[in-house]
Design a protein around this ligand. Structure first.
Ligand code: DGY
Length: 330
């Protein structure tokens, strides 16, 4: 009987999802839920054809060269900035991500974070728990309105559109967006969205949500000079990736009242968080959980498993990032 392909699961995931892998492969699972240091990841990948990956493993040229048997890296995340896609393609390694299944869940969370920042929800909760709520006052923790305010979206992909829908259809928000390329007219019309320059976006948005993928060109896309263009009453929400925002500049802007508030789910160098953000009252901080509803995390894992099974059994994965690798193999 031919040997089954070997697969490494990089992090602890749902047991029934791993069971699906066991039906097709020899599977190595992690003993605990600690991220694997790079040398250990490379060690465990020896002789493996497939990797079930999350957003935390670094798949770079050095790893690929050290793991010549690897044929497929299947991510359970939609973001793939931890993978050197060109290096994978050059070595014939198929990479897939997990788009679509997390769109609505992530948009829900982005909207919640924006609302929490605008309406000072986390600040109010901390205030109450500290026992500081002694009396009513007319402007106690008064924030800014979300309904009817201008929603600005930087990076109008699937998740950006889902946030735009929530704003336009649910909250009567005029929607403006900036993207490298303009959306087709019918897509714009579905949420009445208007393309503007990045400068106009910063100047006009009451609530700015960042959903742009991270790459060298989006590194520190929002810096001090960008924040200075925003309204003093504005909020900024980042559910994209740490590194899109210069967190030190944002902390300074929040401290100085350059903008009113922020909601951040992602951080440069996470799980470390820039210390200047930690003691600010006007920022809501969450640990990269925008896609973390149980049904969605399961769907993300299952999609990665579907892709691994397809890639290593001669079928077509549904969401490959470098499909040319599959064509070249045939
Ligand atoms: C993604 O899928 O890229 C998310 O950021 C992970 O939660």
């Amino acid at each position: 009987m031919p040997l089954k392909p070997q697969v490494l699961v990089a992090r602890k995931i749902f047991p029934d999802v791993v069971a699906r892998l066991h039906a097709h492969f020899e599977v190595q699972e992690p003993a605990d839920d600690e991220p694997l240091p790079q040398p250990e990841l490379i060690r465990r990948l020896q002789g493996k054809q497939g990797l079930f990956a999350t957003g935390t493993e670094q798949i770079d040229a050095a790893l690929l060269d050290a793991c010549p048997d690897l044929r497929a890296v299947c991510l359970m995340t939609v973001g793939y900035n931890n993978v050197d896609l060109d290096a994978c393609t050059a070595r014939g390694v198929m990479v897939s991500n997990a788009p679509d299944v997390l769109t609505e869940t992530t948009a829900d969370f982005g909207f919640a974070l924006m609302m929490a920042a605008a309406r000072r929800i986390a600040e109010g909760e901390r205030f109450l728990r500290r026992g500081e709520w002694r009396q009513w006052s007319v402007d106690l923790l008064a924030g800014s309105d979300v309904h009817g305010a201008t929603l600005g979206i930087l990076g109008m992909g699937r998740i950006g559109m889902a946030i735009a829908r929530r704003g336009a259809l649910g909250f009567g928000m005029p929607v403006i967006y900036h993207n490298r390329s303009r959306l087709p007219a019918e897509q714009e019309a579905s949420v009445d969205a208007r393309w503007v320059s990045k400068t106009e976006l910063l100047q006009q948005a009451d609530h700015l949500v960042l959903v742009v993928p991270y790459s060298a060109s989006s590194h520190h896309l929002i810096q001090a000079q960008d924040l200075a263009l925003m309204k003093r009453s504005a909020t900024l929400t980042n559910i994209a990736r740490g590194g899109v925002v210069d967190d030190a500049a944002l902390a300074q802007a929040l401290r100085q009242g350059v903008i009113a508030a922020a909601g951040l789910d992602v951080f440069e160098g996470e799980p470390q968080v820039h210390p200047d953000l930690l003691d600010l009252p006007n920022v809501v901080l969450t640990p990269h959980i925008a896609s973390a509803s149980l049904p969605t995390r399961r769907a993300m894992c299952n999609l990665a498993v579907d892709n691994l099974i397809a890639a290593l059994t001669g079928q077509s994965p549904s969401t490959p990032l470098n499909p040319q690798v599959l064509t070249a193999r045939r």
